[in-house]
Design a protein around this ligand. Sequence first.
Ligand SMILES: *Cc1c(COP(=O)(O)O)cnc(C)c1O
Ligand SMILES: [Zn+2]
Length: 444
Amino acid sequence: MEYHAWFQCSEGCDEKYPLNEVIYRCRQCNGLLEVKHDIDLLRRRSGAAWKEVFNERYMRTQYPYGSGVWGKKELVCPNIDNENVVSMYEGGTNLFWAERFGNEIGLSNLWIKQCGNSHTGSFKDLGMTVLVSMVKQVVKRGGDIRVVMCASTGDTSASLAAYAAAAGIPAVILLPRDKVSHAQLIQPIANGAITLALETDFDGCMSVVQQLAERKDFYLANSINSLRIEGQKTISIELVQQFDWEAPDWVIIPGGNLGNVTALGLGFLIMRDLGIIDRLPRIACAQSAKANPLYESFQNDFKTFDPVTARATIATAIRIGHPVSVKKAINVLKKFDGIVEQATEDELANAAASADRTGLFNCPHTGVALAVLLKMVESRLIQRDDRVIVISTANGLKFPEFKIDYHQNKLKEVQPQHVNSPITVEPNYDTVMKTITHHLKTLN
Ligand SMILES: *Cc1c(COP(=O)(O)O)cnc(C)c1O
Ligand SMILES: [Zn+2]
């Protein structure tokens, strides 16, 4: 069966554009585009049959279907030939059963979706494989794209640089100078991207990259480009699959530019439309109190939205004051009876560290989501036996400065409650044994 998808205005205009066209906004109203699928055609296969197809492919070797994204190709981007797919077998990330952490806070069914266990260490790989594959197909068919480019708070650039390098396409990266971690900065450098450090914040980089994007031969890889959203949609499909196709009660996800929360919702909606699930979870979007325009809007039932100037936060990847996908995100959240909650620096750092002590190793953005989880348990919005999924967006190993500074009590506005430091001891049995005994007592 030949499935197809196309770009269409996300605000209701009816003009369609092919997915291989270099276009990001509606020609009629300048709204963002979204990828639409021929749902009637997809529905000719039953929900049960789709599950079977997806289960057969999941994490197997037949290229590219073993990828968590391309295993759902028909719901993501059917228009790309398999030979043009640029995949690193993204997706297929584990669900960490947070048994101990759940017990500590009174939950029996808490899971962390480890999207950071991925090639470049964040969920951004899920969308980037789709976007770069499309570029590869366009270039191969004689299209005139010279570079792929993005503005980034760190993870988008790491992902774009890796996929572009794998495809042999030049990448240009715009980063806010001194506002990303060393690990994030070294990734595009290592992958050979043209890496520009701009003396501004993310929103400033975004505005320059949008000007560059007026050139048709410079392809924009920010999530304003809805091809990325299609790949990220597989987060919800995959996590439902991991529960034998049962939808959870709550999903908590950190939000900055708000593409990922949009994608999460769209994944659940298409599964419902195809009869793969019969109910929707509720969604909570978690923001840093330093960059919280959606939280402010939610206080007002989303009736108004005002961009803010994002202030410095440890959760650097969501330091965004003017999120591009805000309209889409609000539409999605309304369909999920969604909520928006925020976390302070102190709350996010201590939540991350507290969960680390039960075996996790959380990035600060996951810390924001965990802090929001604690508030929702406290306010009884989340009940003891609810199945709750926290989306961990990046690997903690990408943020060593955050971890080290926490345990050395060097983070601004944070009173660390779970500090642990290496203990220097004399190299002899007695002192070592005495020290261990002493510290074992303090653990209990
Ligand atoms: C990009 C990113 C986010 C935010 O996703 P948006 O789609 O911008 O809302 C959250 N956490 C990490 C680690 C990220 O890289
Ligand atoms: Zn429009």
